[in-house]
Design a protein around this ligand. Structure first.
Ligand SMILES: Nc1ncnc2c1ncn2[C@@H]1O[C@H](COP(=O)(O)OP(=O)(O)O)[C@@H](O)[C@H]1O
Ligand SMILES: [Mg+2]
Length: 378
């Protein structure tokens, strides 16, 4: 079990934890690219699977797809990411300043570890948006939020999906909630404090949701200024937070339009898979419409490539296409694929505390630094 971060870690400590991470990972690294699968599968990889306890003999290799070069990979297996990829996430200035090409094929800029804040707010509101499901919206909301909170930012996460996955991912049972973001939207005079939950992460709060929110989509239709209902609900909270991150549902319906109307920035997670770009035109069109008609301040801050597997040509090609299409809008930070993320959902906590030293945690810390750097550049 990895060591857990306790309390609001100091900034230097955050950095040094991650630096140690890479040293530790180097020492027992397994490379899936440079060695044939049967060699790379020796050692703790196979042991980990044997530990699953079925006892029955199992041909692991039957589960692996053969790559064109005769190597094998299992997209769902926990593996140590490509050291090249892991090295791009190093948070220490010395290594970051070195001229290096990041996973997106562009030189990787230096994202400094942010200094502490003396006062907080007004909040920047970020909508995590893609009408496709399973691209990493919820995972990115939780972990970007947690990483920003680790860097001393006050963060509010808004679960704006009736499925309540964000709430579940933070250890909340949505079915047991009496008050949710639904009540905040639909009941005039409802105070946000009554709905707000503290999370286990210092500096990070949650506006939870559950299936009740699906009724709002219908009920809002007859409201006056229905698109700006969430914006009005969040207004009193803006002074208390530095970042509010809204986890959108997988549709471009009225709830998502509410999130875009409330937001200053949109982050679009894209899975590094063949159909990643399908539907993105519709999404950018929706963003532009909201910009024109409802929220002139809205900006597409970035496209976030998720579930990247640097060992596969396919992942690298998809990422190259995404960069070709969106250029500077693509974050330099790329989130690798690892089962650590599904595990965190079961654990009900962010990867930054569940596996603080993991490459996944380092990736979301770098994303937080990149988002902060972009905000400061304005
Ligand atoms: N980088 C990643 N590597 C591996 N699995 C991931 C990664 N990011 C997310 N997942 C998993 O993929 C599934 C979908 O992710 P999620 O964040 O819920 O997407 P969305 O909110 O867009 O539907 C979840 O089971 C999640 O744990
Ligand atoms: Mg989700």
């Amino acid at each position: 079990m990895p060591a857990r971060a306790e309390g609001p870690a100091g900034f230097e400590a955050v950095g040094s934890v991650a630096v140690r991470t890479f040293a530790a990972h180097r020492s027992h690294r397994i490379s899936g690219v440079t060695q044939p699968a049967h060699q790379s599968m020796d050692g703790h990889h196979v042991n980990a699977m044997a530990g699953e306890g079925s006892g029955a003999p199992h041909n692991h290799f039957a589960d692996y797809d053969e790559l064109p070069d005769g190597h094998f990979y299992d997209p769902d297996a926990e593996y140590e990411p490509d050291p090249e990829y892991a090295a791009t996430l190093a948070p220490d200035a010395a290594r970051q300043r070195r001229e290096r090409i990041g996973p997106t094929g562009r030189p990787l800029p230096y994202f400094p570890i942010p200094g502490p804040l003396t006062d907080h707010g007004p909040a920047k509101i970020i909508a995590m948006c893609n009408q496709k499901g399973g691209v990493g919206k919820t995972t990115s909301t939780i972990n970007l939020g947690a990483a920003l909170a680790e860097y001393g930012r006050r963060v509010l996460l808004v679960d704006f999906d009736p499925q309540g996955a964000l709430s579940v991912g933070l250890g909340v049972n949505p079915m047991e909630l009496d008050l949710t973001v639904y009540n905040l939207l639909m009941e005039r005079g409802m105070a946000a404090d009554e709905v707000l939950l503290k999370t286990a992460v210092p500096n990070m709060d949650l506006l939870p949701s559950n299936i009740d929110l699906s009724a709002a989509e219908v009920q809002l239709v007859s409201e006056v200024a229905r698109e700006s209902t969430l914006q009005r609900a969040l207004k009193p909270l803006m002074a208390d937070y530095d970042y509010i991150v809204i986890d959108c549902q997988p549709s471009l319906g009225l709830l998502t339009v509410n999130a875009l109307t409330a937001a200053h920035k949109v982050i679009v997670p894209l899975e590094c898979e063949f159909f990643a770009l399908r539907g993105v035109a519709l999404l950018t069109e929706t963003i532009e419409k909201v910009q024109e008609r409802l929220n002139p301040d809205l900006e597409l801050d970035g496209i976030l490539a998720t579930m990247y597997d640097s060992r596969t040509v396919h992942s690298r090609e998809v990422l190259a296409r995404v960069v070709e299409a969106f250029d500077d809008h693509v974050y330099h930070t790329v989130i690798g694929r690892t089962v650590r993320f599904p595990e965190t959902t079961v654990a009900g906590e962010p990867i930054t505390t569940y596996a603080s030293n993991s490459v996944g945690a380092a990736a979301y810390r770098q994303l937080a630094r990149e988002v902060l750097a972009r905000c400061h550049a304005e």
